[in-house]
Write a protein that binds this ligand. Structure first.
Ligand code: AMP
Ligand code: FE
Ligand code: FE
Ligand code: ZN
Length: 289
């Protein structure tokens, strides 16, 4: 066998895996329906797709049905907002959609998100900005009400130029976060809920937390059963990736691999789908499912 042939074969063997284990549908703050996401994943040649909506499982049945029809490997997921030193997110994979306990928790979170909507309206009222809450809720439909729905309202009503400005000027300022805080579960509670629903728990996007020491955080979460870290995330730098892979190895964890796609209208710079090297296949959280 010539060197040339060997090289070509190795390229074939080492070709990356296309998948996305972190995607939002319109069951929370994503732009597209679960069916549309599955169709897009299928067209893009993705092997596996996990829908991970904020604090809800309500898009999973639809996603599962469409994935079965199109032959996509579908992972039922969730992304739970938790309170630690700051808000952190825990992803759940392979959760049982008929878990009554998780279903009840999602219902409570949905109500708390609606109440937070009232606090947000009041916050804007003090600033002299009138918000039609019914209009904001109409963007969310039956889905989890979130800050991106408020961002859309602010953009559509000419209060800010774009979604980034909405977050920079209002929705992601420390004053806003304090004034509109809501009850959130601890990471311990979230990890337990995910486990009792038959799933695995992964720390989402460690690279975006501003006030946490990730080594310390992961050490603490491992003590309460964390199964993985989302080392591969669309916005992680190579240095961050290496740091998280080292933590994964130190604690014998698995990894997530997700874009956090919400649709171009919500997050313009994030595309659907990730490619990771085959050498990491054994480390993917999906190998536990
Ligand atoms: P919520 O769960 O309602 O507090 O909203 C959180 C969502 O808002 C995240 O999942 C992102 O989609 C979006 N988000 C949070 N912070 C920012 C930011 N600074 N810029 C743009 N989007 C953001
Ligand atoms: Fe989101
Ligand atoms: Fe998140
Ligand atoms: Zn997300």
């Amino acid at each position: 066998m010539s060197q040339g042939n060997v090289r070509i074969n190795m390229e074939k063997i080492n070709k990356g895996i296309l998948l996305d284990l972190h995607v939002h549908s319109n069951a929370s703050d994503g732009q597209y329906t679960p069916s549309q996401l599955i169709e897009m994943a299928s067209s893009a040649g993705l092997e596996t797709l996990a829908i991970t909506d904020h604090d809800t499982m309500s898009g999973l049945d639809e996603g599962m049905k469409r994935a079965e029809a199109l032959g996509i490997c579908f992972i039922p997921g969730i992304e739970i907002s938790c309170q630690d030193k700051e808000e952190i997110h825990i992803l759940g994979y392979g959760i049982n959609r008929s878990s009554q306990e998780l279903y009840d928790a999602c219902n409570i979170w949905r109500l708390e998100r609606e109440n937070r909507g009232e606090s947000m309206k009041q916050y804007f009222e003090i600033l002299g900005i009138d918000i039609d809450l019914n209009k904001v809720k109409s963007y969310a439909g039956h889905g989890s009400l979130g800050r991106p729905h408020f961002a859309r309202y602010l953009v559509e009503h000419g209060i800010v130029e774009d979604s980034k400005a909405a977050f920079d000027m209002y929705l992601d300022t420390p004053e806003f976060i304090i004034a509109t805080d809501r009850e959130k579960p601890s990471p311990f509670t979230a990890i337990n809920l995910i486990h009792r629903a038959g799933g695995f728990a992964v720390l989402a996007h460690p690279g975006i937390y501003k006030n946490s020491d990730i080594g310390e955080l992961v050490g603490r979460l491992v003590e309460v059963g964390l199964d993985g870290i989302e080392c591969f995330y669309s916005r992680h730098t190579d240095t961050q990736k290496r740091q998280y892979i080292a933590l994964m190895e130190r604690y014998s964890l698995k990894t997530g691999c997700g874009s956090d796609y919400h649709g171009e209208a919500v997050k313009p710079n994030v595309r659907l789908g990730m490619e990771i090297d085959k050498i990491y296949r054994k480390d993917l959280i999906t190998t536990l499912l």
